[in-house]
Design a protein around this ligand. Structure first.
Ligand code: DC
Length: 221
């Protein structure tokens, strides 16, 4: 079977992980949530009492941080199951700082490339099509309006029992978009050869189908 690499990038809370997971399941590919890796690193900094805005102190933790993503969505970081914690507002509010540090990105990217070496993957993030996997067979840039993204994330948090207000989510999404798009190294931006998919008015099922249609057209599966 041909090895296929699908890159799905886009701003915070655009539904990338939900859609990527469903697409990967449908095609029998491995889903890789790169945001979870930056989140796990952030949780580790907070666990160690390190200020996430102190680049030197965060970068110094790289040798201690060991991140493993499991097929069922479990995320382990240096001996601790952080699956739930990495979705908490204290992590969401700090993760963009961690993701802006070049040395941390290089360590994460190394891991991400290794994960995509041997198997077909659907990888979601911010810089997958532009930097991590520039030769991906299909590159999708998934977007949605800020209001729609905040609404979805708010409902998701409510379902998971993570306390937050809608206003907090709007502020977090806008702040992360700003930091993620303006950082110097591998910022959030569409790859030149990416296909934009606006899911503001689409249901999850319609978004998944739209991605499958794009993949079918591009790689014929
Ligand atoms: O997709 P997410 O919300 O879980 O991502 C968390 C943060 O990690 C996001 O604010 C930006 C950063 N990120 C990144 O810089 N590069 C990636 N490939 C994935 C996520």
């Amino acid at each position: 079977m041909k090895k296929v690499v699908i890159a799905i990038d886009g701003p915070a809370a655009a539904g990338k992980s939900t859609v990527s997971k469903a697409v990967a399941k449908k095609l029998g590919y491995t889903y890789i949530d790169t945001g979870a890796m930056y989140r796990a690193f952030t949780e580790y900094c907070l666990r160690k009492g390190v200020d996430c805005q102190n680049e030197g102190a965060c970068v110094a933790l790289i040798p201690e941080v060991e991140i493993t993503l499991y097929p069922d969505g479990k995320v382990m970081c240096s001996g601790k199951d952080v699956t739930r914690e990495i979705r908490e507002p204290r992590v969401s509010g700090n993760v963009s700082y961690i993701a802006s540090y070049k040395d941390i990105r290089l360590a994460m990217v190394d891991l991400q490339r290794k994960m995509a070496e041997k198997v077909s993957v659907v990888m979601d993030g911010r810089d997958i099509g532009t930097y991590v996997l520039p030769n991906a067979d299909v590159k999708i840039f998934q977007i949605a309006s800020v209001e729609e993204r905040a609404k979805r994330r708010y409902l998701e948090n409510q379902e998971k029992g993570i306390p937050c207000t809608y206003e907090e989510i709007v502020a977090d999404v806008e702040k992360r978009d700003r930091i993620d798009s303006s950082r110097a190294f591998a910022p959030l931006k569409p790859a030149e050869d990416s296909i934009e998919l606006d899911t503001s008015k689409l249901t999850i099922e319609e978004s998944v189908q739209a991605v499958l249609d794009i993949i079918k057209e591009k790689v014929g599966i």
